[in-house]
Design a protein around this ligand. Structure first.
Ligand code: 3HC
Ligand code: NAI
Length: 699
């Protein structure tokens, strides 16, 4: 018998409508059609007095089926399905469990009564996918919770806990003990029948009150916070306009806005980002490979990164021993970890009791390698210096148990060379975290050729446990992210040498959607870091490569960026976020004179054209060389580690929207000026010739 995604049955006088569409009961066409059939069956079933709508499996409906976006919409449409349920003459009770999101909550709002199971999370996250709630969410939720509360839910796209849902009236009751949805529904349905409860429709409720002043403030705040994005403002429009219209008119307006957003490039980019984040961990090399144990973790080096890595692991429930080089460094690391955990308590990520338990039972520092003998995995995060890494890995090799995984958090050093310092290179890999490691979600899993498949699988399992988005990277200078970063930073310096100011570059880049431009980011990281990187590379650098000497000059003057109050920007109490500095422009002007460059003007469009062309071209090199497994891996890396605007999908997705031929033509034109820097990536050339897109390599 073929699987029926929606089933109708009856128990006594209670009809049961069960959605069973794994994995998350998304509402695709077959579910919509099934729901209409079941609503008709219930209406016609004279023995049924009330219907219980619930879901099989781990969750109530998690939303409309994302896989249908980008394809022609097929009837019946979700707003009509919800309206059909709501219009029934007999009461409908909805039982929500798991993650009742988007179209899932909208479906529940069409029912006449709603109960939630413990652990329920609900919300309208459509704006995070470039959409607005398009099945009545912008009309029904404000009638239930008030306009401001409903708008906050839509704009933030956040998940609401069961307790909050109860408090806001989204559910009528929270089932006290863990029960399955069917049983909980039958119990409540009998209670409703005993009370003689009839249908109770949100569409019949009066529209919400509109406080114009509050809405004006919200619009201004939203426009600033979600700069460049369409969906959040459209959600406000749908809900606020709907409040001044009859329900049916509000629904029409919502539908029109929804269909418009559904076709928008932002929706396509955001859905791409959502799907790419899930696909990064789907790699053929991991199929059927069992990860090793990793619950006992060691960390070597408790500085900025080591402490963050330890905290990230502790928050995920792992047991951590952190090794430092001496007692005072160990005490400092202990303090840093305690402080980070205290901040997690402040941010509501951890209870105070959990913090005390973690520090008492899950965490300790050590100064002797013997303390790492029982560890399943050890992550090294000491200074970026090959001699120190050699000392550490030699000791780890000597003291760690057989089968223990030895990982390095190095940013740039050669991991196969580090692996070769041990007698077990198959157990060595890179786990490259981003700063601050307990907050940033990106983890590059850097895989030398010799690494054993179960070590790679353990890297991914570990990343998942820590709640990271893990991306596989091959070995090269900078792996995926920092390698691409070096190139778009270099193109920025080229433009500044030719006449653009660092402030013009930063402005164009932030207008494009990045939270910060490349020079503001360097100030934040510390100009001393860039100086050390340039020093390290000096011996092996191609003499044709342009290196901005103005950055060295700034370093020599003790301008280390934000931490010293002066970098590309000046930071003081008047300008805590920094203001342009004429002296920086003078230093740059002096260098232009040395090179005999007559400065020219750059428009924002030209800055972005060059910046993005450099980023895309290097990304194509990275994919073509197999450093990134697919274009989507580059997109996820740039989205989660480098502030690439999510609503543009990542550099490879963005390149597809521009047309690869056009991008290639631009790069070839730039190569006329500087053939060394602008080397068109063979993969880009090939795809452009074959009229294919990067996305064709993602499946
Ligand atoms: N449609 C289709 N597939 C979906 C889906 C959806 N709405 N939501 C999740 N999935 C798929 C995922 O792609 C994944 O597939 P895969 O195994 O092939 O990679 C699988 O379900 C499991 O998802 P996760 O790996 O994300 O599982 P988690 O347990 O970590 O998270 C979740 C579950 C919280 C439901 C999360 O998947 C999620 O946030 N989903 C999206 C929810 C959402 O945004 N809903 C709104 C959709 S738009 C809408 O409803 C429009 C309406 O207003 C008309
Ligand atoms: P850091 O200077 O803040 O910390 C390094 C720590 O290592 C210090 O606490 C030091 O006492 C300790 N240490 C040095 N030698 C040691 C030894 N022999 N045994 C035990 N501990 C020792 O450095 P940071 O920033 O934490 O960087 C660590 C590593 O992480 C480097 O390889 C760096 O390239 C990498 N990295 C840094 C990022 C960043 O943003 N800072 C991002 C990603 C990776």
């Amino acid at each position: 018998m073929t699987h029926q995604p929606v089933r109708y049955s009856r128990e006594g006088d209670i009809a049961l409508i069960c959605i069973d569409n794994p994995p998350v009961n998304a509402i695709g066409q077959s579910v919509r059609a099934g729901l209409i059939d079941c609503a008709d069956a219930f209406a016609a079933d004279t023995a049924a007095r009330i219907a219980v709508l619930y879901c099989a499996g781990r969750t109530f409906v998690a939303g409309a089926d994302i896989k249908e976006f980008g394809k022609p919409a097929t009837a019946p449409f979700l707003p009509d399905v919800v309206a059909r349920l709501e219009a029934l003459e007999k009461p409908v009770l909805c039982v929500m469990h798991g993650t009742a999101l988007g179209g899932g909550l909208e479906l529940a709002l069409g029912a006449h009564y709603r109960i939630g199971l413990p652990g329920l999370k609900t919300g309208l996250p459509e704006t995070s996918l470039g959409l607005l709630p398009g099945a009545g969410g912008t009309q029904r939720l404000p009638r239930l919770t008030g306009l401001e509360a409903a708008l906050e839910i839509m704009i933030s796209a956040r998940h609401i806990s069961a307790d909050q849902a109860l408090e806001m009236g989204i559910i009528d009751e929270l089932v006290p003990a863990a029960q399955d949805p069917r049983t909980a529904g039958l119990v409540k349905a009998r209670e409703l029948m005993a009370m003689g409860a009839g249908p109770r429709r949100l569409c019949d409720m009066p529209p919400p009150q509109v406080n114009k002043e509050q809405i004006d403030t919200l619009r201004a705040h939203t426009a600033a916070r979600y700069r460049g994005q369409n969906a959040q403002m459209a959600a406000i429009d749908a809900a606020v306009s709907g409040a001044a219209m009859p329900f049916a008119e509000g629904m029409k307006h919502e539908r029109a806005l929804f269909l418009h957003l559904r076709e928008s490039p932002q929706r396509a980019a955001l859905v791409h980002a959502f799907q790419a984040e899930r696909k990064v961990a789907q790699l053929p090399e991991l199929d059927g490979v069992t990860p090793r144990a990793f619950s006992l973790l060691g960390v070597v080096g408790g500085g900025r990164m080591g402490s963050g890595i330890a905290v990230s692991a502790l928050l995920a429930g792992l047991d951590v021993t952190l090794l430092e080089r001496d007692a005072s460094s160990a005490a400092q690391a202990q303090q840093t970890v305690a402080q980070m955990l205290a901040e997690s308590v402040k941010r509501g990520k951890l209870t105070d009791e959990a913090r005390t338990r973690i520090l008492g039972q899950q965490f300790r520092t050590a100064e002797s390698y013997a303390a790492l003998a029982d560890r399943d995995m050890v992550i090294e995060a000491v200074f970026e210096d090959m001699d120190i890494k050699r000392e550490v890995f030699t000791q780890l090799d000597r003291h760690c148990k057989a089968g223990a995984i030895l990982a390095t958090n190095t940013s740039y050093l050669d991991i196969p060379q580090i692996a070769a310092m041990t007698t077990r290179p198959t157990d060595v890999l890179g786990l490259h975290f981003f700063s601050p490691a307990h907050i940033m979600r990106l983890l590059e899993i850097v895989v030398p050729k010799a690494t054993a498949p179960d070590v790679v699988a353990t890297g991914f399992a570990f990343g998942k446990k820590l709640g990271k988005v893990s991306v596989r990277a091959g070995v090269c200078d900078g792996f995926i992210g920092n390698r691409i970063l070096q190139v778009y930073r270099a193109v920025s310096d080229h433009m500044v040498l030719a006449g653009a100011s660092p402030y013009e570059v930063d402005r164009a880049v932030t207008e494009f959607g990045f939270p910060m431009g490349p020079y503001a980011v360097q100030d934040l990281a510390g100009l001393d870091i860039g100086f050390m990187t340039r020093q390290r590379k000096a011996a092996t650098r191609d003499p044709r490569e342009f290196v901005a000497r103005w950055a060295d000059e700034m370093h020599m003057r003790g301008w280390h960026g934000r931490k010293s109050g002066q970098g590309y920007y000046t930071y003081d109490t008047d300008s805590p976020k920094g203001r342009p500095c004429p002296e920086v422009e003078a230093i740059i002007a002096a260098e232009r004179r040395e090179y005999g460059v007559t400065p020219r003007n750059f428009s924002s469009d030209e800055i972005i054209a060059r910046y993005m062309a450099a980023m895309v071209n290097e990304s194509a090199h990275v994919v073509g060389e197999g450093i990134a497994a697919r274009p989507l891996d580059v997109d996820v890396t740039l989205l989660h580690g480098y502030g690439f605007p999510r609503w543009r999908g990542g550099p490879m997705h963005w390149a597809d929207t521009q047309g690869l031929n056009q991008l290639l033509a631009q790069i070839e034109a730039f190569a006329q000026e500087d053939a060394h820097f602008w080397r068109p990536a063979p993969l880009l050339v090939q795809l452009a010739q074959e009229k294919r897109l990067f996305s064709s390599l993602n499946s």
